[in-house]
Write a protein that binds this ligand. Structure first.
Ligand SMILES: [Fe+2]
Length: 261
């Protein structure tokens, strides 16, 4: 069994202590890391699925790198719409912490895709990302597969959020469905929990390590739920057990009247 912790949408600010919508994002990322370390010390791999930085400056990634180094669990990082992939690759560049797009073990492979659309908050899978996915799925037909990316493939049914859905999601779905080894597709970006099954594939969305968005809204709206993360257990026989863990805190300082982020 492989135990994985997914932490997403940390929105780390250029200066530690700076707040976004009233929330000191770095403080809550640290709390999430501590909670995961304390309750899941048997984790094999930790995944950061994008929007690691709010503005992609070197100091933000260096702060994250320092915090991850203390934890010592192997970490993979992929970019969100707020991130700078080249800067991430420069800083997350060790055996423990890196941006390698493939993780392989005996029973499972994980494929990490970049769903960034240049100059946009929305999602798109570029030809080279789809080519990498296709190649790996053809290469390892017998190995159970989980795919991770920042943006969502299936709609959340919040209209404002779904304007940012991976725009070529139909193409992606056509590509993966014939590959029966694909078991799950996991995203961040949506700042809420989502779990849907389509074509026998489990689609998961994970809350942010800072603030959350209210589900089923026409326009941007914040939720008062606490920071969270996801635990995934990938069993040798292909079974997946997963749960979202919510931190036992309440975000009193959240500016619920904000119009955007
Ligand atoms: Fe995002």
């Amino acid at each position: 069994m492989l135990k994985v912790i997914q932490i997403t949408d940390m929105h780390i600010m250029p200066n530690a202590g700076d707040a976004l919508l009233g929330i000191a994002t770095e403080k809550y990322f640290r709390k999430v890391l501590e909670h995961a370390e304390q309750h899941h010390p048997d984790t094999h791999l930790m995944l950061l699925t994008g929007d690691i930085a709010q503005t992609p400056v070197e100091t933000s990634y260096q702060n994250v790198f320092a915090m991850l180094s203390e934890v010592q669990t192997p970490c993979r990082c992929l970019p969100g719409n707020h991130d700078d992939p080249a800067l991430m690759q420069k800083i997350f560049n060790t055996a423990q912490i890196n941006c390698n797009p493939i993780f392989e073990s005996e029973h499972w492979q994980f494929i990490f895709l970049n769903s960034q659309k240049p100059k946009s908050a929305g999602g798109h899978l570029a030809e080279e990302e789809l080519a990498l996915l296709n190649k790996q799925l053809n290469l390892k037909k017998e190995v159970q597969t989980a795919i991770f990316m920042h943006h969502h493939i299936l709609p959340t049914d919040s209209r404002w959020m779904d304007t940012m859905q991976v725009e070529n999601h139909e193409h992606f779905i056509e590509l993966i469905v014939p590959h029966k080894q694909v078991k799950t597709v996991v995203c961040g970006h949506i700042h809420q929990e989502m779990e849907k099954t389509q074509d026998g594939i489990l689609y998961l969305g994970t809350p942010s390590s800072c603030f959350q968005f209210k589900p089923l809204q026409v326009e941007f709206a914040l939720d008062d739920k606490p920071p969270g993360y996801r635990v995934l257990e990938f069993h040798d026989d292909g079974a997946i057990e997963t749960e979202v863990v919510w931190l036992p805190v309440s975000l009193e300082e959240l500016d619920l009247n904000s119009q955007g982020y």
